[in-house]
Structure formats: C-alpha cells, structure tokens
Design a protein around this ligand. Structure first.
Ligand SMILES: C[C@H](CCC[C@@H](C)[C@H]1CC[C@H]2[C@@H]3[C@H](O)C[C@@H]4C[C@H](O)CC[C@]4(C)[C@H]3C[C@H](O)[C@]12C)C(=O)SCCNC(=O)CCNC(=O)[C@H](O)C(C)(C)COP(=O)(O)OP(=O)(O)OC[C@H]1O[C@@H](n2cnc3c(N)ncnc32)[C@H](O)[C@@H]1OP(=O)(O)O
Length: 382
C-alpha cells in the first residue's frame, strides 16, 4: 500500500482527527491511537485499522512514554486546543528537537494563531467563520450546516491527511519534518474555493437558496416521487436539460426558458408535479444510464446493493457484517486495503506496541501497575 512503513501516532480526538488517522491507516500506515486511561469506551467510530495504547498523559512517566513513541515515528497527529501539547511538554519544538524528521500535524478549528485560537468550537462554528455557512440553505430559510461534513471532514480530516502526505513527500528530498497547522476554518474555506472564485461569473449573485447550485434552480434540486422517496436532478447543460424534459415528457416550447430566474418557481412546480406521478423505481427505469442527470436518492441501506456501486465494490463489510464506504480514491498498483476487523478497544495493543517500541517487559509491568499505561485483554476477533 502507498503508505506502508509510515508510523503514525494519533492522539485520540472527536471526529476530524480520527478520520485523518483512518485515511492514513486505510492506505497502509501503521496508526497507533493514544487513548486515555480509565476511559469507559472509545468514542472513535473511525478506528479502522488502528491499534490502541492507553497512556495517562497527566503522569510524567506517561509523557516519557509518548515521547519515546514519537521519536521513533514519522507523524504525530494532535487534535487538542492550542497550547495543550506545550503544557504537557510535548510541543513541536520539544519533539522535533529529538526527531527532526517528525511531521507534527495539529488539527484544530481555528488554527494555532489568531484571537479565536484557544476557543472551543465545532464544525458549525468553523463553517460559519469560513464564510461558507452563509451560502448554505434554502431560500428564505436560515443558514443550514450539511451534517458536520464540510469543516470536520473535508476541511479538517481530509485536508490534514493531504498535508501529512505532502510533508512526507517533501521529507524524501529534505530529510526534514515540519509542523502542519491545519485549521478547519481555512480547510473549509479552501474547499469552497470554487464558490469564492466563481462569484465573478455571476453564479452566486442572488440571495442564499436562489442561485443555480444552491437549490435555487429547478433543474438542480431533489424531488419527491409517488412512493415518498426522492430523486436528485442535476441537469445543468442545455443538452442534458433537454434529456430531462424528454424523460419527463415535457415539451420545451410549452415551458419558460431554462435560465429565466423569474420563471424558476413555475418550472419547479411543473417538475414537482411530474416527479410526484411515478415511483422512484419507475423514474430510475426512465433515466438510468441516460444523460439527463437524474439519480435516485439512496438510503444507507440501499447504496451497496445499487447495481453501479455493487459492480464497483464501493462499500465493504467488516467482520461483523457492518457496511461502510471503501477508501477512495482507488490506486491501480497500490490500492488501499481497509482492515475488516472490529475497531480497537482502548488499550487493546498497549503491551504489543510498547514492546515494539523497545520497552522491556519489566518496564511495561511497572507502568501497568503504576497506572501510567493500561492494557485491556485482547478479545477474539473474527
Ligand atoms: C460536531 C463534531 C463533534 C461530534 C462528536 C460527537 C460524535 C461526540 C461529542 C460529544 C460526545 C458525547 C459525549 O461525550 C457524552 C456521551 C459519552 C458516552 O461515552 C458516549 C455517548 C455520549 C453522548 C457522546 C456521544 C458522541 O461521541 C459525542 C456526541 C465536531 O465538530 S468535532 C471537532 C471539534 N473540534 C476540534 O477537534 C478542534 C480542536 N480541538 C478543540 O478545540 C478541543 O479539543 C475541543 C474539541 C473544543 C474540546 O475541548 P476540551 O476542553 O475538552 O479539550 P482540550 O482543551 O483540547 O484539552 C484536552 C485535555 O485532555 C487532556 N488529555 C488528552 N489526552 C490525554 C491522555 N491520554 N491522558 C490524560 N489527559 C489527556 C489534555 O492534557 C487536556 O487537558 P487540560 O484541559 O488539562 O489541558
């Protein structure tokens, strides 16, 4: 796999850093998640392919253990509020001094500088500060955050993973590590570059929810079908739009022009009535594999059995039968091979990892007894 041989220490976080760690693990990195001791359960639902060690970082010996792990690793990924790592004596200056090749990734909401840097926040706050939230939502409604996908995952975990891979690539030339300041506000804003840069061509001139791609246009929206399901319509270009009208059995000469903003409400009403006249499956029969850009809105239960996704194997089942998306993109020679075992329990690999990083059995026993580290019995994995 592409990242085989890369050793990553991921400090357990809420959602974006676990995603970043999972991406690295999916593509072959050895990811060790550092959990807290005395924690009842892991909140990391994206623990695929990781191992877990439980270390008490409030104990000076715990700090020494983590330092030793970082000195022998390629990447540390930390998701804490600005200043937390420095307070622990685990800041980038300290760790890079001992391991100059270390890539020190800091994934935060507001970044390491600026007057919000130490404030708590979540996806919706970062999205708000990026400017993007002001553009999201339907006409005459308040701004609407699309789950926590944009800041936490696209602008956060994924962007941070890109930063890590870039730093690894650069290190092959310079031999040097570096610090990555991954701010979810900036990652989200960067993900929204198209919105910024296409303002000049009039794509976003109208208020929120009244533009072509923000649910303003009737040819770029979802519609309910007669069975209560939905279809998605994305027929922008005239040649695709005419296929949409053909499938809906509508005569373009009887309709207002596609790009007439003022007529969009009327056109939307016509489309709404048409789509409500057949079931989702009936519309799929009409539109599947055409260029009308009409697709069924699938539920999580339906996606893996959809013929297209099935043919590509886009979803994988883990050992307990749970489905999830397979890693993307697909690399031809060194594709990701997601681990199909259950996520690691907190401290499941403490002893194994410490041995691998050069701790003796006596040292490990002493730390277990003193509560510096914790180990949990290895469960049988199918
Ligand atoms: C919208 C998303 C978030 C969605 C996440 C949800 C899925 C979950 C959020 C809450 C969960 C529920 C809750 O926990 C209650 C239940 C618990 C139960 O077990 C399960 C069910 C629950 C209902 C549970 C269910 C779900 O899991 C939840 C609903 C996001 O936007 S995520 C993005 C968040 N932002 C960031 O990541 C940006 C960077 N980070 C931060 O800004 C801060 O970390 C943050 C997130 C604001 C949290 O601040 P906090 O004050 O809590 O921490 P920090 O200041 O960062 O300091 C960390 C301290 O921890 C110490 N520490 C770290 N590791 C160790 C260790 N191994 N040993 C000892 N101590 C450790 C560290 O030293 C710091 O200590 P100090 O405070 O003393 O310096």
């Amino acid at each position: 796999m592409a990242l085989a041989g890369v050793r990553v220490i991921e400090l357990a976080g809420l959602a974006p850093a676990p995603f970043c760690g999972m991406i690295l693990a999916d593509f072959g990195a050895k990811v060790i998640r550092v959990d807290r001791t005395k924690a009842s359960m892991s909140l990391d639902t994206q623990g695929r392919g990781k191992r877990s060690v439980a270390i008490n970082l409030k104990n000076p010996e715990g700090i020494t253990v983590l330092k030793k792990l970082c000195i022998q690793s390629d990447v540390i990924l930390e998701p804490y509020r600005k200043g937390v790592m420095e307070k622990l004596g685990l800041g980038p200056q300290q760790l890079l001094k001992e391991n100059p090749g270390l890539i020190y990734a800091r994934l935060t909401g507001y970044g390491q500088t600026g007057c919000y840097a130490t404030a708590a926040g979540h996806d919706i706050n970062y999205l708000a500060l990026s400017g993007l939230l002001s553009r999201l939502g339907r006409s005459e409604e308040k701004p609407y955050a699309p789950l926590n996908l944009v800041a936490d995952f696209a602008g956060g975990g994924l962007t941070c993973a890109l930063g890590i891979v870039l730093a690894l690539l650069e290190r092959t030339k310079s031999g040097k590590g570096q610090i990555i300041d991954a701010s979810m506000v900036e990652g989200a804003a960067y993900t929204g570059s198209f919105v910024w840069k296409s303002q000049s061509i009039g794509l976003w001139d109208r208020p929120r929810g009244q533009n072509m791609l923000d649910s303003g246009a009737p040819f770029y929206d979802t519609y309910q079908t007669s069975d209560g399901k939905y279809v998605a319509v994305g027929a922008i270009e005239p040649q695709f739009y005419s296929q949409l009208l053909h499938g809906l059995e509508l005569d373009s000469s009887q309709l207002p022009p596609q790009m007439s903003f003022t007529d969009w409400p009327e056109l939307r009403l016509i489309f709404t009535q048409r789509f409500a006249s057949k079931t989702q499956a009936e519309w799929s029969k009409i539109f599947d594999c055409t260029d009308a850009c009409v697709t069924p809105v699938l539920s999580f239960e339906e996606v893996s059995s959809h013929p297209h996704n099935k043919e590509r194997g886009s979803f994988v089942k883990d050992s307990s039968g749970k489905e999830s998306p397979r890693p993307a993109p697909v690399l031809s020679r060194t594709p990701a091979e997601p681990c199909l075992l259950a996520n690691p329990e907190i401290g499941e690999h403490t002893v194994e990892v410490l041995e691998e990083y050069g701790f003796t059995s006596a040292e490990i026993d002493q730390m277990l007894t003193a509560g510096v580290v914790e180990s949990h019995a290895i469960k049988a994995k199918l």
